[in-house]
Structure formats: C-alpha cells, structure tokens
Design a protein around this ligand. Structure first.
Ligand SMILES: [Zn+2]
Length: 528
C-alpha cells in the first residue's frame, strides 16, 4: 500500500448516454467513485469528483425518434434524471458536465481535434465497415461472436462512407511502454493484460467522424469540415479535460486544467469493463497525439446482473437507483453495492439480498451497537462518557485494535480497488465492539458496582464504556466514505450536548422499512 500523501486526486466516472433513465449498474460506478473521492478528502488531499452525461450519442437520437420528440428534449429530460442521482445516492460530486449543453465542452473537443490534426494524426479516407450503434463502434468480422456484437448481441450494420481517421497505429509502442512500466495503471491485472494483448495484436486506425446524415445532424461538427460530425466517443472522452476548461478562453491551459490535469496529482477514471478499449487505448492515444498528460489510473469494474439476467433496458431488467433509495434508504443501497459486489466478477442484485444485508448489518450490527452503547452511557453514567484510562481493560483490546488498524486496512484495500474488502475492514470494528459487549457484560459490571460498592467494577465499566464510545466515534469517521448519512448520524449520537451528556438514545435507522433490531426483544432484552 501507499503511505498517506497529499497529492491532488481527480476522479471521474464514465459519462453514460441518456437514451433512458439511469439503472443500478451505473449507480455502482458512481458510488465507487464517491467512496474514493470521500476517502481521499478525509486524508486531506485536494479532490475533484466529476460525472456527467454523454448527450451526443446517436442512441439518444434514435430514442428521441422512437418517442417522436426532439432530441434535445429527450436528452434534457433523461440527463436531469442522471444529475438528480446525487441526493438519493449521497454523492459528493464537485462537477457534472453535459456534453450537449455545457459551454465548456464543444470548445475543448474542437481544440483536442485541432491538436491531433496538427500532429498529423487525422486524415480522410473512404471506409466500409460493420457498425454497432449500441457500441457506437466499427467492428471487423473477427471482433464479432457469431456475426453479432459481443456486448449487445445484435448484428452490426454495414456502413460505407468517407470519414476522418485517427492514426491510432502510430501510438501502439508508446502506449505499451506506458502500461508496462505502470505510468498508466490499469486495475485489476486481468484488464491490464487484456489491453496489453490488444496492443500486441496491433492497433488499426479508427474512424473519428460520421457524415452529418448518419449522425442525423446531432453532435459536434468537425472543425473545417461541417459535413462531418465528430465521432461521439471522441467527443465524450474529451469531457475529462473539457470540464477542466481545456480549450476554453485560456486555450490549452487554464487554472482548473493546470491544477487537476497538468500537475503531478492522480487522474483516475472509473470505467465498466465494456468500455475498457476506449479508455485504455483510444483516449490515451488521443492525449499522446495532442501532447497532453495521460490519466494515471484506469480502474475497471465488472457488471451487475439483476436476478441472474444482464441489465438491459429492453428486457425490463433495469432497477431504478432513485426508486430503490426512496424505498430502502440511501445507506442500504450504498451498502449493498459496496459490501456485496466483488472486486472481480459480476454480482447479482436482488431486492431480497439488499434487504437482508441492510437488516443484518445496518439495523442489526451497526444500529444495534450504537443504540446499545448510547443507552448504556445514559443508564450507567447519566449520559456522560467516562474518560479512557490507560491501556485497554481486558475484553476491550480487540475492539481498540480494530479501531487502530481500520484506517490502514481501508487505505490498502482502496488502493487495490477492493471496495468489499475496504467495507469489511471497517466492519471489523462493529463486530469487535458487539463482541466486547457480549464478553464484558457491562450491565453485570454495573450491578456489581451498585451492590458491592465495588470501585473495581466501576473502573472496569468506565473502561468498557470509553472503549465502546471510542469505537462508535471511530466508525463515524471510517464509515463516512461508505455510508455518509449513517456516519453523520453516529457522529451526532456520540457527540456531547452543551450539558456534557450524550443526546438521548434513539434508534439509528428509525425510518428503515424494516424493523430496527435494537428494538427487537431477545437481542437487547434482558441484558440488565
Ligand atoms: Zn454493440
């Protein structure tokens, strides 16, 4: 793992096309990026977190045609639904770019185009190929599976036209060197190897424009050739620098661009496995051509399935993240995405799994812990948290160790892009604290203190309560990147009021759609 550093951290999601409302698969990427943004902010690093929408996709045009409404209307409506995810998912976005509406974007894309043209990497050529509209990409017969796009399962269309091409082949060697020596880090390793294999096979130049006719007049015209529209991937990939003002009034520079892209900080793209080639090959090659710095990290996630089926807008397997958060709570949605989705391999979503995880971990483990601790501080110490005394009382060592070890364990897991392991590292505190309660049985210490007027039992009880409150306060900090709402609530429950006492105990998740375990007899009942 890396030691704490204070370098700048710029993290982006991909920008999805907006032919429909957002689905849970994209929420995974947003939440993962948000965890990284929050984690690095907590470490005192300057952070910028960007998301946005790919408005200029031909798929948006086709969706608007199907609905019989103007493209801009459809794009505005659906892009608004993506932008509105920040509240239900508790995202800490610093910026959100919309490629059809944002004045920063077009100027930057044009500048990028001109820089590549100046480098001699753009040329016009007649082209015939197989085009998948779903991917917005040309394929060769070798790329297809049984004549169909591997991603969409549809047959690509034969297209013949004169287009602008980008001299991708010229950058193969430079790209390979950058990836091999780690200047361009691709995680996990299997994805890095996938890109290196692609480079080893050799890269073909790719088409970077469409005729106005085929693009239905939607998109950014090629500078100096208005009959052609810039390929939507070229356009979309540019958002990572156009949102920083690249190509704006300050030309190639500008304060935000210099700070977040041209400096020595990290430039991190989170991407789904289906768009790896665009981010790990096309985009770095465009930047090499234009003479701009490359991203430092490309972090690749696999996909979610819903009840065993691939998420597909057409087959009705989409789950609306906003609806899900309204029904089960933001914390429950985030926690399922972070605690259940493995680093490698697809994960299957069902509502039952989300509810079971929220019941067990949030209402049960976490909610129960904080409620019990605050209740005991009130019942046994009139709401005043005892001062911690020296080294741990027997029974409290494990929970104190878990608190101490969590920050490094979380940082190491997040460095490895393993959100599930990071979440588990925080959860060790919950488990150890609950175990500490079960083992030390504070209510018996309180009884002994009362009956025997035993100073010894009183001291022990002070030490146990101090350790437990320390665990809750540590959780409030360490959980912030994962469950920002719950973390803020825990911090308030464990912060003394002006009279020096903790606020009166109340369930942590009172609005959970499922009963709070803290109120369930059996778990809590009869422990004093
Ligand atoms: Zn496709």
């Amino acid at each position: 793992m890396t030691a704490a550093r204070t370098s700048r951290f710029y993290v982006t999601t991909t920008i999805p096309y907006v032919n429909a409302r957002p689905h849970l698969g994209f929420a995974l990427e947003l939440v993962q990026a948000d965890v990284l943004a929050r984690h690095h902010r907590r470490r005192g690093e300057p952070v910028r977190f960007l998301s946005g929408t790919d408005d200029n996709s031909l798929k948006n045009v086709l969706a608007a045609e199907a609905e019989g409404i103007p493209v801009q209307d459809l794009v505005d409506r659906n892009a608004a639904a993506f932008a509105a995810l920040d509240a239900p998912l508790a995202l800490s976005l610093d910026d959100f770019i919309r490629t059809s509406r944002d004045p920063r974007h077009r100027a930057g894309v044009e500048r990028l185009w001109l820089r590549c043209a100046e480098a001699g990497d753009l040329y016009r050529e007649h082209y015939e190929g197989l085009y998948c509209v779903g991917c917005e990409q040309f394929y060769t017969p070798d790329d297809l599976v049984g004549g169909r796009c591997a991603e969409h399962g549809t047959e690509p269309r034969a297209v013949a036209e004169e287009n602008w091409f980008f001299r991708l082949s010229r950058h193969t060697g430079a790209l390979r060197a950058l990836i091999e020596d780690g200047r361009l880090r691709i995680e996990p390793a299997a994805r890095r190897n996938e890109v290196l294999a692609l480079l080893a096979r050799g890269l073909r130049d790719f088409s970077v424009s469409r005729s106005q006719t085929r693009a239905r007049g939607w998109g950014i015209p090629v500078p100096g050739d208005p009959e052609q529209v810039i390929y939507v991937w070229w356009d979309a990939l540019g958002n990572y620098v156009t949102s920083l003002g690249y190509g704006g009034p300050d030309g190639d520079g500008g304060a935000a661009y210099d700070r977040w892209w041209a400096g020595d900080g990290r430039r991190v793209h989170l991407v789904g496995k289906g768009v790896l080639r665009f981010h790990a090959v096309y985009w770095p090659a465009m930047l090499l051509s234009a003479g701009l710095p490359l991203p430092t990290d490309i972090l690749v996630h696999d996909y979610l399935t819903v009840e065993g089926r691939k998420i597909s807008k057409s087959s009705g397997t989409t789950v609306d993240p906003e609806e899900l958060a309204a029904e089960h709570g933001t914390d429950a949605v985030r926690w399922w995405l972070l605690r259940e989705v493995p680093r490698v391999g697809d994960a299957d979503f069902t509502r039952e799994r989300l509810v079971a995880r929220a019941d067990a971990d949030l209402a049960g483990g976490l909610g129960n812990l904080v409620h019990r601790v605050v209740t005991m501080v009130h019942r046994f110490r009139d709401g005043v948290v005892p001062a911690a005394e020296g080294p741990g009382e027997p029974g409290t060592e494990s929970v104190l160790a878990a608190c101490q070890e969590a920050p490094d364990a979380v940082a190491a897991a997040l460095h490895d892009v393993d959100f599930r392991r990071a979440a588990a590292a925080v959860w060790r505190i919950v488990d150890e604290a609950n175990r500490c309660i079960d083992e030390t049985r504070p209510w018996e210490l309180a009884r002994a203190e009362r009956r025997q007027r035993s100073a010894c039992a009183g001291h022990r009880l002070d030490a146990v309560l101090a350790a437990l409150v320390h665990a809750c306060r540590t959780l409030a900090g360490e959980l912030e990147p994962f469950l920002p709402d719950a973390a803020a609530l825990i911090a308030r429950r464990c912060a003394p009021c002006p009279d020096g006492r903790l606020p009166s105990p109340a369930p942590l998740f009172p609005h959970s759609t499922h009963r709070d375990a803290a109120a369930t007899p059996g778990r809590e009942g009869g422990w004093w």
